[in-house]
Design a protein around this ligand. Structure first.
Ligand code: FAD
Length: 315
């Protein structure tokens, strides 16, 4: 990806996929409502769960998503590799095609807490009661602050997913040189995209070998990306902005941007005081961090069907 024409083609494909997504189907219901199934999270897992429950015959489903559209992390993935060679946006567009009309969508709405009496508290001072809950809240990235890395917290440090969102959805260009900690798929994808813009990238990996899928590892050679294995970052330098990273082997690398791609943790904060009640299903990355979207959608479908079977069993 080098010329502006190629970038324009990427943006055009993203815009077309975007236009296919339902943007709003919720007309402002306020106060209390009841649904047989409440799904929290409108990424691949939540979409698949809603579709499966609706296809099985459930007519009372609410899906709550804090962003303004369905797709979750897929919307920021402009690289191919989803399903049969689709980009993340295209995969999301395919998932929501002919989305069941019976699913009530709450966009721009965050579930703040869930109580034992099967009530969810939503932003905007609203509540929903439900019979079955499906948690599809995805995962969160491990940030710099959670890692044993010395130094202050200068500007110029992001998680890889934050940078992916800023670059692919908001047109941000990172300042080089860039160092990326972690050579799993997310680190490799970001390294490849940034190096293709002509910015110098160094990948630092604490394991002996580069992680990630073979197709993503190929980018190292294709884009002359330097990979340093068996080392980690001991300290960051610079104030107020990042100027460099000190590696465990003693080398100091000058850089203006550091991306942390050190792993994902299932997002289950809403369960803190709930435990695992019998009316709860989890699916997608909040259940297990899946490397591929197909695993997420299969898990979502399973959860949607299981939730509806429980409701049917009670009727
Ligand atoms: C950088 C990256 C690259 C990837 N590349 C590939 C690839 O090439 N091929 C492939 O097959 N897979 C790839 N994957 C994996 C796959 O795309 C993801 O695992 C999958 O899309 C995750 O879906 P999910 O629904 O579990 O989570 P998410 O997509 O994270 O969706 C969770 C949703 O829940 C919402 N949410 C969370 N909490 C709340 C709340 N309290 N209230 C309301 N809404 C809430 C969020 O806004 C979000 O929309 C990649 C993943 C990443 C991160």
């Amino acid at each position: 990806m080098g010329s502006s024409g190629e970038w324009e083609a990427v943006w055009a494909s993203a815009r077309a996929a975007d236009a296919a997504l339902p943007s709003s189907r919720y007309s402002g219901r306020s106060g209390m409502g009841h649904f047989d199934i409440l799904i929290i999270g409108g990424g691949a897992a939540g979409i698949a769960a809603a579709r499966a429950a609706a296809d099985a015959g459930c007519k009372s489903i609410a899906l709550v998503e804090r962003k303004q559209k369905l797709g979750g992390i897929l919307l920021q993935c402009s690289h191919p590799g989803f399903g049969a060679g689709l980009t993340g946006e295209e995969y999301a567009a395919a998932l929501v095609q002919d989305f069941p009309e019976t699913v009530t969508l709450f966009f721009g709405t965050t579930v703040l807490s869930v109580e034992h009496n099967k009530t969810a508290h939503l932003s905007g001072d609203r509540q929903i009661s439900f019979s079955q809950l499906i948690l599809a809240t995805g995962s969160r990235e491990i940030p710099l602050g959670a890692l044993p890395i010395a130094g202050t917290r200068p500007k110029g440090v992001y998680t890889a997913g934050q940078m992916q969102e800023m670059m692919n959805l908001h047109g941000f260009v990172p300042q080089g040189p860039v160092v990326i900690l972690g050579s799993g798929d997310i680190g490799l994808i970001m390294a490849s995209q940034i190096a293709a813009m002509g910015i110098s990238v160094t990948l630092v990996e604490q394991k002996e070998n580069c992680g990630g899928l073979a197709r993503n590892r190929r980018c190292l050679k294709d884009n002359s990306i330097r990979l340093i294995c068996s080392q980690t970052i001991d300290a960051v330098e610079g104030s107020p902005a990042l100027t460099g990273c000190c590696l465990s082997g003693g080398e100091k690398i000058a850089c203006r941007t550091l991306l942390i791609a050190a792993g994902l943790v299932p997002e289950r904060g809403l369960l803190a005081e709930l435990g695992m009640p019998s009316w709860l299903q989890m699916c997608g990355n909040c259940n297990t961090v899946y490397p591929m979207a197909e695993g997420v959608t299969a898990d979502g479908r399973k959860a949607g069907i299981a939730a509806f079977q429980k409701i049917r069993g009670k009727l």
